[in-house]
Design a protein around this ligand. Structure first.
Ligand SMILES: [Fe+2]
Length: 290
């Protein structure tokens, strides 16, 4: 790197890695529900009782469970109800969403994202991912909503570094004739997709979430078993940008993967329907998550 000596690059990379390790854990309830998903003998009454010790979390989860987007036909009044009516998997997604949503409200000056912009972009991508799967008549991969919601979470960690080294990053992108992620890897030692995946790994979230986040800009290299979710999140993320719900400077160099589009057989009419349907539900969801 011409503008900085190797020592300072090592220093920056070490600071970035330390920042990833310092991210606080998710509420314990997220792990509990995750375990319940994989255990057919789960005692839901016990789980609901444990969740009631965190009344703020419970209230938020119920609020979202009753929203127009997630809502069941009848009002869901308790976590026990939610387990039965929307299932442990959906409940896990709502719990993660309410826990992480508020983190995504803040402005990220490094990425030129104003307050609420990351949350809006993330919620848009989450909804569009599910709509896209439905429009394409695909069986939605597990936890697709959450993969869409968390895809750019690494930006929260990298933002102070991007802000401090913006000129170096832009020079690196020009020098490498590459996108912003390549510059992030060159200067910061990891890109925001890798940083996000590292956090999700620390949170012990399932591999389908980790991999879809890790490869959301590079679906061509995603592991085969998580390719479908990664392709969908990649296309939904692109669509968010094209619909004016972008995610700042990094995405201006984003290009859509022809391979992902071809694999999903995405047609223009489908894209238009997904964009319109997503827009309809956005406002309510964004408020609920934020
Ligand atoms: Fe991204």
């Amino acid at each position: 790197m011409p503008s900085q000596d190797q020592a300072s690059v090592q220093q920056i990379r070490a600071e970035v890695a330390a920042q990833v390790r310092a991210v606080p854990t998710l509420p314990a309830m997220c792990q509990r529900i995750l375990m319940a998903i994989n255990d057919p003998n789960t005692n839901f009454d016990k789980l609901a009782r444990e969740a009631s010790y965190d009344p703020g979390l419970t209230a938020n989860v119920l609020r979202i469970a009753n929203s127009a987007y997630f809502g069941a036909a009848q009002e869901i009044g308790s976590l026990r109800d939610a387990f039965v009516r929307i299932g442990a998997r959906r409940l896990f997604e709502l719990t993660v969403g309410t826990s992480v949503g508020p983190l995504m409200r803040e402005a990220l000056p490094g990425y030129a994202l104003r307050r609420h912009e990351l949350l809006r972009h993330s919620a848009w991508t989450a909804v569009a991912s599910e709509r896209l799967a439905a429009e394409l008549r695909l069986r939605a991969p597990d936890m697709l909503f959450t993969a869409g919601l968390l895809h750019d979470i690494g930006k929260i960690i990298l933002d102070p570094f991007v802000e401090a080294h913006r000129a170096t990053l832009e020079a690196a992108a020009d020098r490498l004739h590459a996108n912003f992620e390549a510059a992030e890897r060159d200067v910061l030692g990891m890109d925001h997709a890798q940083a996000g995946a590292a956090v999700l790994r620390q949170w012990r979230l399932p591999p389908q979430l980790v991999e879809a986040v890790a490869y959301h800009h590079d679906p061509e290299h995603a592991p085969a078993e998580h390719l479908l979710a990664t392709n969908i999140v990649h296309v939904a993320n692109t669509l968010a940008g094209a619909s004016g719900v972008g995610s700042g400077i990094a995405e201006m160099r984003h290009s859509v993967s022809a391979q992902a589009l071809a694999a999903l057989h995405v047609k223009t009419a489908v894209v238009e329907r997904v964009a319109a349907a997503t827009l309809e539900t956005m406002e309510e969801l964004e408020q609920l998550l934020g």
